[in-house]
Ligand binder design. Structure first.
Ligand code: EPU
Length: 424
């Protein structure tokens, strides 16, 4: 149970300028990637979020020397003292991305033992494609349910993923970066952070080509050197801020983002009647008048991201007409919608499809966040609603959004923490 709740007085259009933070899903992959290297690395634009702090704890426990300077968003990691190869459940249950420790430790020292990863409860989340890739590279993998052990000297291989997986693609890149020979990854994921991780490994002297396409070619190198690298901005935070701006019928410019990463969301917002304009590294989102309902189908990049489905479907609860949202990536990623129904939304959920009949008003109510993006969706709903929304379990939000309340407050939102005693 979190020791605070978020209180939002809704109905205020957001307006002004804001800046996007460094990417969560790229940071949680780039930090373990430092383990492949034999020298210190400096990572810039690393966001001050819970997931990063858990990963720092894991890196420290493995023996790395880590310094995080939140005011500079700079993380310095010296992997040379790393001696451990085991990451226990006490750490992995807090962080899905702890699975990257397997690929990174395997690549570094030919042995890794990592407890099954936790993370957001949004579906089944199997690990078979990661294991398939490690085995193809020559590792012996033992999966005992609670703990996965992988060991062996790795050699390049051709791997065809049976389904597109972000984590599986990155883990295979991590393991193959120093494997002996060439690796080909087919049916690879194409998300921007896959390109970012490949660019980071290449900045240390690695050889990864084709990241961002469905075929990635890796030539294993025996040594990676230290590097200073800046991670890309967070496209899901950018999208969440775009949605919050539109949903409150506001006028917000988001600086420091990469507009081309946002195309699937921008297209949907335009279809809804939102005004979106872009420059090289900024997006302005404005709404004049109402929003039209749209249909959404989540897909791998460059399709509509599952991570934005939740905030977007929150916004659709007040769009004119009926929206159909089809979640194809994760089985149970609609847990925010029954909560928003408590605020007056009209929603029916049939397996992985949500049918949303737009209403003209939402009303503030007590609601509970069940995962990171569900938390963001409830914030969007709270910003749209008349009256006060009280979000229970808001700690999920701090896992992946850097200082969201401060950013929204600076845009005019009335949002604050209320600390509660443990008995309440
Ligand atoms: N899948 C398998 N087998 C595998 C791996 C995945 O069947 O071995 C399935 C999954 O069950 C899912 C689909 O493939 O149905 C895609 O999963 P993927 O591996 O792409 O997801 P992930 O690596 O577990 C990352 C992000 C998620 C994001 C997804 C999809 C990180 C740490 N997590 O998860 O981010 O939703 O990709 O883009 O990068 C979030 O930020 O809120 C979040 C959950």
């Amino acid at each position: 149970m979190d020791d605070y709740r978020l209180l939002i007085n809704g109905g205020i259009p957001l307006s002004g300028d804001t800046c996007v933070s460094g990417g969560k899903n790229t940071s949680v992959a780039v930090i373990p990637a430092v383990l492949l290297c034999d020298e210190p690395c400096v990572l810039d634009n690393i966001p001050d979020i819970e997931d990063v702090h858990v990963l720092i704890d894991i890196m420290n426990a493995l023996g790395a020397k880590v310094l995080y300077e939140p005011e500079k968003k700079r993380l310095t990691v010296d992997p040379r003292p790393v001696s451990q190869d085991t990451v226990p459940y006490a750490f992995t249950q807090k962080l899905r991305a702890s699975y990257y420790l397997l690929g990174a430790l395997l690549g570094r020292q030919s042995r890794a033992q990592v407890a099954y990863p936790g993370g957001c409860s949004i579906g089944n989340r199997p690990f078979d494609q990661h294991i398939k890739a490690f085995r193809a590279l020559g590792a012996e993998v033992e999966d005992r349910g609670a703990m996965i052990t992988a060991q062996g000297n790795l050699r390049g291989a051709s791997i065809v993923f049976d389904r597109i997986t972000v984590g599986g693609t990155i883990n295979a890149m991590l393991a193959a970066a120093k494997a002996n020979g060439k690796t080909l990854l087919y049916n690879a994921a194409r998300e921007p952070h896959i390109v970012d991780v490949a660019n980071f490994i290449n900045s240390m002297g690695g050889s990864i080509k084709g990241a961002g396409t469905d075929t990635i070619r890796i030539r294993g190198v025996s040594h990676l050197h230290g590097s200073t690298y800046t991670v890309i901005p967070d496209q899901i935070e950018t999208g969440t801020l775009m949605i919050a701006a539109a949903a409150t019928r506001g006028d917000v410019t988001i600086h420091g983002c990469i507009p081309t990463h946002m195309e699937s969301l921008t297209a949907k917002l335009l279809e809804m009647g939102v005004l979106v304009s872009e420059s090289d590294d900024a997006i302005r989102v404005r709404t004049v008048g109402g929003h039209r309902a749209v249909n959404i189908k989540t897909q791998e990049y460059p399709g509509f991201p599952t991570d934005l489905q939740q905030p977007m479907s929150a916004m659709l609860t007040m769009a004119k007409g009926t929206s159909i949202v089809n979640e194809t990536i994760f089985e149970t990623r609609f847990k925010h919608l029954p909560e928003i129904a408590r605020m007056g939304a009209h929603v029916r959920i049939l397996d992985q499809t949500a049918v949303i009949e737009g209403v003209s008003e939402l009303y503030g109510a007590p609601v509970t966040a069940t995962d990171l993006r569900a938390g963001a969706a409830l914030v969007v709903a709270g910003l749209m609603a008349r009256g006060t929304t009280e979000i229970f379990e808001p700690g999920f939000i701090a896992r992946g959004y850097e200082h969201l309340e401060e950013k929204l407050t600076a845009l005019g939102a009335q949002i604050r923490r209320e600390y509660v005693s443990p008995q309440e």
